[in-house]
Ligand binder design. Structure first.
Ligand SMILES: Nc1ncnc2c1ncn2[C@@H]1O[C@H](COP(=O)(O)OP(=O)(O)OP(=O)(O)O)[C@@H](O)[C@H]1O
Ligand SMILES: [Mg+2]
Length: 144
């Protein structure tokens, strides 16, 4: 299924992240694809908020992955792995444990820059492609 929507402003993108958090199932992998500054982290922060993860919601660009253990399980989800492959190579991502995060049946993975490690991405992933349409408008194309 493909769905396309336009958001106006970061807050709206964050709300869609929150909305996805209500629908997602444990074991899911969400791939956030798109150029620099198109709203991937903003979306992921809404997603984390929707799942009740404890702040701060940092961008994982420099830490590669931040794990959030949820204070209260939601829909059977106990952990969120927020990862960013911008600065890593495929082999490093494997050593860091990407496959383990993806096979955690009580976790969900939300990944920025998935195209950097495309070979590792399982077929059942949800893809969201972000495109800047103007300073405050972003197109989100959701495929699953
Ligand atoms: N509709 C919108 N949705 C999301 N962000 C928006 C929107 N309009 C403007 N912005 C701004 O665009 C920027 C998005 O930054 P964000 O860190 O989420 O991008 P990113 O895709 O994660 O970038 P990077 O590839 O560097 O990790 C923010 O400064 C935000 O305020
Ligand atoms: Mg980011």
């Amino acid at each position: 299924m493909t769905e396309t929507l336009i958001t106006t402003g970061a807050e709206e993108t964050r709300s869609f992240g929150k909305k996805l958090a209500r629908e997602i199932m444990p074991g899911a992998l969400i791939c956030l694809k798109g150029d620099l500054g198109t709203g991937k982290t903003t979306f992921a922060q809404g997603f984390l908020e929707g799942l009740g993860a404890a702040r701060p919601y940092v961008s994982p660009t420099f830490v590669i992955m931040k794990q959030y253990d949820l204070p209260q399980a939601k829909n059977g989800i106990k952990r969120v792995y927020h990862a960013d492959a911008y600065r890593v190579e495929t082999k490093d991502f494997v050593s860091l444990g990407f496959s383990e995060w993806c096979t955690d049946t009580e976790g969900v993975v939300i990944l920025e820059w998935p195209e950097r490690v495309e070979k590792l991405i399982p077929k059942n992933a949800v893809w969201i492609t972000f495109t800047a349409k103007s300073e405050n408008e972003r197109e989100l194309k959701i495929e699953n």
